[in-house]
Ligand binder design. Structure first.
Ligand code: ATP
Length: 361
């Protein structure tokens, strides 16, 4: 482990049928999941889906109405925040404005009984870890937003928690900085082997930083998986639409053979993993970059279409393509000549990637 790494082991987090009610509102409804030790797991979903409440229940800032919460295998359901060995980085950073950077970070260990000298030594070490050496004497108001965010991270790390929580940590940063800070957080998490639960509503951010993502919708878990699993095999229409762009197409499942299914969409026949779908009407999630456009007269199995609009964006070309089964959003990467609007095209899929039957849709 690298210098500054926690002497404590990162711990797992487990929710067993955890519910949180606020009066008549069920913010979290019988949710179960496990975050393995040393993993970064994102709680992702639209506003109001229950992700912040879930995070606050890990911290002990909210108490579960029902169910069980375990950290490192220990039942912490009824323990207060102070007894849970968890630290949280707040969206607002919540730094003390009248204290220096060093004092902000040394505060936690001081409160826990460390001598001033020891607390400051620990703070200096964590500030170095987040790249803020030399700024110890500044006031928070004399730092950029990105630097304030790092102070907040150092302040959480200095307590050497078993679990570190982030609540929308990038929302106060500009777009350019967001990308760098999320990479820094991921690097720190991996090099220190931290268990991190991370709340965001931004699907790109979640895809970029996570080992696993828990997608929430209406107080429940819609799907849990690696970024790739969620993108390639969405469990329902909500996940298909929320993670990346998806064309949702109606097809007919004509036959099942082993783990594969034959699906007909207009003039196109494709073989896909059947994912438990039964013969009859099915819905497919088709990623914009999994759609292939061929110019010229139709040949064999294809959907007939016509380019309505072409947008040249440098690294990619985006198309709106009109077909009998609805309009398709198509993205082509690589340096190709754009196809002119009005051109007739044959639409086929790259079926080994980015095309999935949505079970139960
Ligand atoms: P956001 O991204 O907007 O913060 P979220 O996914 O984090 O949303 P939560 O903050 O967990 O969602 O809220 C879930 C639901 O619980 C919402 O309907 C919210 O209004 C409600 N809620 C949250 N906190 C309280 C509270 N203290 N009292 C009453 N209702 C609450």
């Amino acid at each position: 482990t690298r210098p500054g790494a926690s002497k404590k082991q990162a711990a797992s987090v487990e929710f067993r049928n955890v519910t949180k009610n606020y009066g008549g509102v069920t913010a979290v409804d019988s949710v179960s999941f496990t975050i393995d030790a040393g993993q970064l797991v994102t709680l992702l979903g639209p506003s109001g889906c229950g992700k912040t409440t879930t995070l606050r229940m890990i911290a002990g800032l909210e108490m579960a109405s029902a169910g069980q919460i375990l950290i490192g295998g220990r039942d912490v359901t009824n323990l207060s925040a102070a007894d849970r060995d968890v630290s949280m980085v707040f969206q607002s950073y919540a730094l003390f404005p009248h204290m220096s950077v060093l004092e902000n970070v040394a505060y936690g260990p001081s409160v826990q009984g460390a001598s001033r000298k020891d607390a400051e030594a620990m703070a200096v070490e964590k500030l170095s870890l987040v790249g803020l050496s030399g700024l110890e004497r500044r006031a928070p108001s004399e730092l950029s937003g990105g630097q304030q965010q790092r102070v907040a991270v150092a302040r959480a790390l200095v307590l050497e928690p078993q679990v570190l929580l982030f609540d929308e940590p990038l929302s106060n940063l500009d777009a350019k900085l967001r990308r760098r800070v999320r990479e820094d957080i991921r690097e720190l998490q991996q090099s220190l082997n931290l268990t991190v639960a991370y709340v965001t509503h931004d699907q790109e951010e979640a895809l970029a930083v996570s080992d696993r993502i828990i997608v929430m919708s209406n107080a429940r878990i819609a799907q849990t998986g690696t970024p790739r699993e969620l993108y390639e095999e969405p469990a329902d229409l909500f996940v298909a639409d929320f993670i990346g762009d998806a064309n949702i197409l109606a097809g007919t499942l004509t036959g099942v053979e082993g783990a594969s299914a034959d699906v007909k969409i207009d003039g196109l026949s494709v073989r896909l993993p059947h994912r438990g779908a039964k013969p009859g009407a099915v819905k497919l999630a088709v990623r914009p970059d999994a759609i292939l456009l061929g110019e010229g007269a139709s040949h064999g199995s294809a959907i007939a279409g016509r380019v309505k609009k072409a947008s040249y964006l440098g690294t990619q070309i985006e198309y709106d393509v009109e077909t009998a089964t609805g309009d398709l959003f198509v993205v082509q990467y690589g340096r190709k000549e754009p196809i002119e609007p009005g051109t007739s095209v044959n639409v086929t899929f790259e079926t080994h990637r980015g095309v999935a039957i949505i079970p139960g849709a």
